[in-house]
Structure formats: C-alpha cells, structure tokens
Design a protein around this ligand. Structure first.
Ligand SMILES: [Zn+2]
Length: 201
C-alpha cells in the first residue's frame, strides 16, 4: 500500500487526485497553519475519496522559520523564510513509524521543482531519504512530481477546481494571510489555471 503525506496544499492535493493512494496521512506537528492545513486535508481526502489518518506530535519547540511558533531565525542553510530545518525527514520518519505494522510499500511526498530552494527539497535529499527508510523495512520514499512545477503538476493531474478550492497553502496561521510565499504561490497558480480556462479568476 501507498501513503501520501497530505498537507492540503496544491502539490499533495494534485498527487492525491492523480495517484489515488490507499491512504493519506496528515501530521499536525505544531506548525502555525496546522488547523488550516488539517481542515483542507480533511476536505480534500473526502472529495478525492481516500482514507485520511491524522497524527499529532508537538515539535513546536524544535521549529524555525515562518511556519514555526518559536520565531527563531531561519537557518542559514536556506534563504526561504518558511524553511524548517530537518522537518521533512522527521515527517517521513513519523509516517513510517505510524504505519510500521501496515503492509506499507511507499511513502509519497509532494516535493516539486522549486522546492530545491530548501536543502530538503532536492532530488539528492529524496534519494538519500529513500535509501535510509528502505534500509529498515523496504519502504520506498518517492516524490513523483519532483520534476514538475506546481502549475504543471496541477495541470497534468487534471484535478478539478472543485477539489482545488479546498486547498490551503498559507505558512503563517489558520486562515490564509494573503501575503506569505505560500499564499502568493497559491494565488499565482489559481490565476494561471483561470487563464487556461479563459476565465477571470
Ligand atoms: Zn499566507
């Protein structure tokens, strides 16, 4: 079976629609937008028709960057303000732990082209993480959209607007702030899709 790490954002939502994994997993790890992400993930899983499991673990005290309540300065290893060092490997490990008793074969993550602005959004990182997780139980870590931009992924997935409407990408809180990098990217993608359809966004 495959599990998709579903955040309720555009990338993981498009993958949910395209791949229809047996299971989606949302992790509330203490990120500022957790409530908004969880609401979106629940709605997306329901709209796509896949099972969603939710786990909570408080990593707030270990956070950095704009998604973290600590307000600690962003690590120098990335210029992106939302970068939370070591988070992605933590989330993949938590997914593997949560499903260690299940017949899990793949953990699917929503890394896309452009995420390599973060050191844990590169192909090298995904390959290293795949090898690390595979060493323990043969479970693969895959990022099927790593060669695609978010816009190309959403177009290729053909995820309907009625499902995209549930997505949530803000980095800073429960409700979309409209001005963070997550909100800006979300708006740009929706505007491009509207232009595809010849409609006014
Ligand atoms: Zn925002």
């Amino acid at each position: 079976m495959r599990v998709l790490l579903l955040t309720g954002g555009l990338d993981s939502t498009a993958l949910a629609w395209m791949l229809r994994p047996e299971l989606a997993l949302f992790v509330d790890y203490g990120q500022l937008p957790a409530k908004g992400e969880e609401r979106a993930a629940r709605a997306v899983a329901d709209a796509v028709g896949i099972e969603l499991q939710i786990r909570r673990v408080d990593m707030a005290q270990f956070g950095h960057g704009s998604m973290s309540p600590t307000g600690l300065p962003v690590s120098t290893s990335s210029r992106a303000p939302e970068f939370w060092p070591y988070r992605n490997q933590m989330l993949v490990t938590l997914a593997a732990m949560a499903l260690a008793a299940s017949p899990l074969t793949e953990i699917v993550i929503g890394t896309v082209a452009g995420d390599d602005a973060h050191p844990d959004g590169t192909l090298d990182f995904v390959n290293a993480l795949d090898r690390l997780i595979r060493l323990q139980a043969g479970v693969h870590v895959v990022a099927p959209a790593i060669g695609l931009s978010t816009l190309d992924l959403v177009r290729e997935s053909a995820v309907p607007r009625s499902v995209l409407g549930w997505t949530f990408s803000c980095h800073t809180g429960e409700w979309a702030c409209g001005s963070c990098r997550g909100c800006n990217k979300h708006r740009q993608v929706i505007e491009c899709l509207a232009a595809d359809e010849g409609a006014v966004p």
